[in-house]
Design a binder for this molecule. Structure first.
Ligand SMILES: Cc1cc2nc3c(=O)[nH]c(=O)nc-3n(C[C@H](O)[C@H](O)[C@H](O)COP(=O)(O)OP(=O)(O)OC[C@H]3O[C@@H](n4cnc5c(N)ncnc54)[C@H](O)[C@@H]3O)c2cc1C
Length: 386
């Protein structure tokens, strides 16, 4: 596939997408694909959504369009960042099943990390099934005392007789842990060296004896995150990812994927400018000068974010390494989600607290309550309208 010139490759990708997906619907007509920032689905519906996503990811893997920039000997397509950008652009013209956090973590973070650091057996047994979403994996990094300062983590892994590892500790904010088959875990294996040097990465089976997943209930009603307790969990050495003491390298590589993944187009999360515009139209408010001012403010911020995302993508496509602007796109996204929810709340008034999700509208209540969890520290909204 890499023999094709970029334009021919793009056309081929577009033709393939048309064989597996429907064209994208206009936002105003979309009624069921709208997920709140953290959607609240009953477990059965969440599983159905996961299966829809998995069917697409499997088709994508089988056709050679998954992990485009990963070297071919690591299970990827061995193409350039420009191809990845082109694919994301083409994909955005189609109705891609809304990706869940767990699918994203599995394919774009854990699957990539295991592909890069895994042994030949791990590539066959784990990386390939992860990239194809036959296996699902969560990210067991954050701890109650190790968030921003991740290297301070205290979960311990000790080598036992026979080469197994025994793991004890606690993780927190683990997205999708209740549906994951494995977790990419960081644990301290040597407490006597500089903190970054004493960490090792492992793939932990989430059904291993001693692993307990407890959901964290959010104010929006859902439970997207979990606490994960590990008590005397024993795993074989073949589930170690990378060399002992090299877990920090696995972690920083994984987190770099997370940062640059923001350029990848159409993974919709929460209400967009189009949704709030559709809401204003449906309420007959687009003639109100104050509403127009608020909408214009949102539009400009959304355009600025899109331009920054594009800048990150162009840097990657040209073979460069995106700088702080990659992190900025995440900050801009969470700011935009908060502001979008606030404008929706102003438009709807008291109805926001009784939104029934009637056709043509969006689950704005969940959006408003879920947006702060994406990381914007406070809601600096009302006063900045002018
Ligand atoms: C949507 C979402 C999904 C997530 N999913 C996962 C997951 O699947 N797996 C996982 O492991 N984690 C996950 N996390 C957790 C995320 O990575 C943590 O939020 C992160 O580790 C930060 O930790 P913390 O919340 O403890 O914040 P803290 O580290 O306590 O920071 C709180 C605030 O203090 C500031 N601060 C911290 N240290 C300093 C300092 N030295 N100087 C100045 N300011 C400082 C921070 O900037 C921040 O504003 C997720 C988070 C979100 C929002």
């Amino acid at each position: 596939m890499s023999q094709l010139d970029p334009d021919a490759w793009r056309a081929q990708a577009r033709r393939w997408l048309a064989t597996v997906l429907e064209p994208a619907r206009a936002p105003e007509s979309s009624q069921d694909a709208d997920l709140a920032v953290f959607h609240n689905l009953p477990e059965e519906e969440e599983r159905l959504l996961l299966e829809r996503c998995r069917a697409y990811q499997r088709a994508r893997f089988d056709a050679g369009y998954q992990a485009l920039t990963l070297p071919a000997d690591k299970g990827g397509a061995g193409l350039t960042a420009a191809h990845a950008v082109a694919f994301a652009q083409e994909e955005s013209a189609f109705d891609v099943p809304p990706s869940t956090e767990l699918i994203s973590v599995t394919v774009r973070l854990v699957g990539m990390a295991v592909s890069l650091f895994g042994t030949a057996e791990q590539l066959r047994d784990y990386a390939r099934p992860l990239l194809r979403t036959d296996l699902l994996a969560c990210q067991l990094f954050s701890e109650p005392g190790a968030g921003s300062d991740l290297a301070a983590l205290r979960t311990r892994a000790r080598k036992e007789g026979g080469g197994d590892w025994a793991i004890d500790g606690q993780k927190v904010w683990t997205s999708g842990a209740q549906f994951a088959d494995y977790g990419l875990l960081l644990a301290r294996t040597d407490p006597d060296v500089v903190k970054q040097a004493g960490i090792t990465a492992f793939l932990v089976p989430m059904d291993a004896p001693g692993v307990e997943v407890r959901p964290i209930r959010q104010m929006s009603g859902g439970a997207s995150f979990n606490e994960v307790f590990l008590s005397g969990v024993r795993i074989p050495d073949r589930l170690r990812i990378g060399r002992p003491g090299h877990g920090w390298e696995v972690a920083t590589t994984t987190l770099a994927f997370e940062r640059t993944a923001s350029g990848s187009g159409n993974r919709r999360k929460g209400g967009t400018f189009s949704d709030v515009l559709a809401l204003a139209r449906s309420l007959g408010r687009t003639g109100d000068p104050l509403v127009r001012q608020r909408l214009a403010d949102l539009y400009v911020r959304a355009a600025l974010r899109a331009a920054t995302v594009d800048r990150v993508a162009r840097t990657s496509a040209a073979g460069g390494r995106p700088g702080p602007e990659a992190s900025l796109t995440k900050l801009m996204a969470s700011d935009l989600l908060s502001r979008t929810g606030q404008v929706a709340a102003e438009l709807m008034g008291a109805r926001i607290s009784a939104d029934t999700g009637e056709p043509g509208t969006f689950a704005w209540t969940q959006h408003l309550l879920g947006a702060p969890a994406t990381g914007w520290p406070e809601a600096p909204i009302r006063s900045s309208a002018t």
